[in-house]
Write a protein that binds this ligand. Structure first.
Ligand code: HEC
Length: 395
């Protein structure tokens, strides 16, 4: 869902509550464990650390050599969608869906909250050591004075939620990508539009500037990565890199390569020219049958559950517990899985009826306080087919 890369290593934030630390030379990965829900953002914290944030409302600082968390920064009251580190490496900013921006020191203490957005804050980026840019579901892009903790002003108002930001202070521009596909480059000085890169695909989920500033890469919900040369804002590459869904994350590892992260648990290295180079590392899904060849129950499972659950209990990593043996099982009973208190204490037994109710009402109503994301399957036929599929494949 987010990525950061240097010439030799890449960090990826993943749905399965972990941060991946990839060695680019051989594609090997170490998993950093500490978040209690999906990880949404990750950044390097020089000289040898990292910072990540996620749906557990927490920001975590990591010692990368030891692959262990060093500080847990708490105080956000919603998912934390983005983190940024100031160029001088002394401050961290966090973007909260509670509408707040956290400014933290690298020893884990809170410096202050920046408030003013009228909606979830989706992205933060340091323009320089003294200036932070933020983007929000309220459609605004704002600049803040870090020292004074004061808003400097609204640089842009886009009619739709802005998801992502990329900045080049030396060149004087800031780019944003929005939920409606809007992708614009603005002058930092006055907010004037320098380029409109909107390509009609939505939403825009990732933006990355190459270290030398020569390129801007744009990833969208339809699986494309577009590379634009910043000298004249011309598109030099545009390719479909994630056949199975959105490009959540992009980061240049060097001038020639990009790391792209998608929903298929892989981090793909994409050459700058846009051709897809060998995939860096993958965790294969148990089924890779095209959706058209699946029956409805399997399709329901693949689309709505498989990101977070396996059927076999073979130890593959997911955010949710395995569904192997789910029928007749008491809720919260998979050994070694860290359930929410609510589910662990529940006396639900999973049957066709209770599974049906779970998705008829939605987990937030059926098991209030559970960590399972909001999701309802309103069509009784779809629920039936899904449950039949589960019955056949979880024994
Ligand atoms: C984005 C991740 C995610 C998706 C998608 C998801 N789940 Fe879950 N699921 C979870 C998590 C996390 C838990 C554990 C919740 C807790 O501890 O409160 C869970 C728990 C469960 C449980 C209870 C398991 C037990 O051992 O008690 C069942 C049953 C379940 N999910 C079924 C499904 C089905 C069926 C789908 C698809 C329709 C689905 N889930 C989609 C994350 C997900």
């Amino acid at each position: 869902m987010a990525a950061a890369a240097t010439a030799t290593v890449a960090l990826t934030a993943s749905f399965d509550n972990s941060v991946g630390l990839w060695t680019l030379a051989d594609g090997s990965v170490r998993w950093l464990e500490g978040h209690r829900a999906a990880v949404k953002a990750v950044a390097f914290l020089p000289p040898d650390g990292a910072v990540s944030a996620g749906d557990d409302f927490a920001v975590i600082l990591w010692d990368l050599a030891a692959a262990t968390p060093t500080h847990r920064l708490e105080g956000h009251q919603g998912s934390v969608a983005d983190v940024a580190v100031s160029p001088d490496g002394t401050r961290i900013a966090s973007a909260g869906w509670d509408g707040k921006i956290g400014l933290w020191r690298t020893d884990g203490t809170l410096e202050r909250w920046l408030t003013g957005h009228d909606g979830a804050v989706n992205a933060v980026a340091f323009v320089d050591d003294a200036t932070l840019a933020s983007a929000s579901a309220d459609g605004s892009l704002r600049l803040w004075s870090v020292e004074e903790g004061a808003e400097r002003g609204v640089l842009a108002r886009h009619g739709f939620a802005i998801n992502v930001l990329a900045v080049d202070r030396a060149a004087g521009w800031i780019a944003y990508g929005a939920v409606d596909g809007g992708t614009r480059v603005l002058a930092l000085a006055d907010g004037a539009t320098l380029a409109d890169l909107t390509a009609g695909r939505r939403p825009i989920l990732a933006l990355a500037r190459s270290p030398d500033g020569a390129d801007l890469a744009i990833g969208d919900g339809e699986g494309h990565v577009m590379v634009v040369e910043t000298a004249g804002w011309t598109t030099v590459a545009d390719s479909l890199v994630a056949a199975r869904g959105p490009v959540w994350a992009l980061s240049f590892s060097d001038g020639a390569h990009l790391v792209a992260g998608g929903i298929d648990d892989s981090a793909a290295i994409v050459a700058r020219a846009g051709t897809q180079a060998p995939v860096l590392g993958t965790v294969q899904r148990p089924f890779l049958v095209p959706p058209a060849e699946m029956d409805n129950g399997e399709r329901q499972f693949q689309r709505k559950c498989s990101v977070c659950h396996t059927l076999t209990g073979d130890g593959e990593r997911r955010a949710g517990p395995t569904l192997a043996g789910i029928f007749g099982r008491r809720a919260g009973a998979v050994a070694g899985y860290r359930y929410s208190d609510m589910l662990a204490a529940s006396d639900i037994v999973w049957t066709a009826d209770s599974l049906g109710a779970l998705f008829d009402l939605g987990p937030e109503h059926y098991v209030p306080g559970s960590n399972m994301p909001m999701q309802r399957i309103t069509d009784a036929g779809d629920r039936h087919d899904l449950i039949e599929f589960l019955r056949q494949h979880t024994e």
